[in-house]
Design a protein around this ligand. Sequence first.
Ligand code: SF4
Ligand code: SF4
Length: 107
Amino acid sequence: MKIDHLKSVPELPASVKGKKTRPKKTAWVDEDNCTGCQACIPFCPVDCIEPVAIDKHVFPPIPPVQIRFNECIGCQICAKVCTKLTWDAIRMVDTDNLEERLDIIID
Ligand code: SF4
Ligand code: SF4
């Protein structure tokens, strides 16, 4: 059977490389839209998506995921996976803007 809806889901890269340069855009999870399904987690080539710790999250019962910004290489795979397979909860955000908005420094 042909599975057309998976056609545009990216393949996992053959090898995993860490961050070398600061990406222009960084992945950011819109927590209000994230179902916590975790479908995006295995697709991240640098393994920097994780569920929010249960003690830091009250409602809904399934915690959303979060990105470890310092490790994100800005590849956009997670955003494509979320849009194609589940919901539309990951945005690629300008790294400078993200720093400003969250008052953090992203290496
Ligand atoms: S695939 Fe989308 S909805 Fe599912 S956990 Fe990841 S960001 Fe959240
Ligand atoms: S943009 Fe790429 S590196 Fe960053 S969280 Fe998403 S899949 Fe991981």
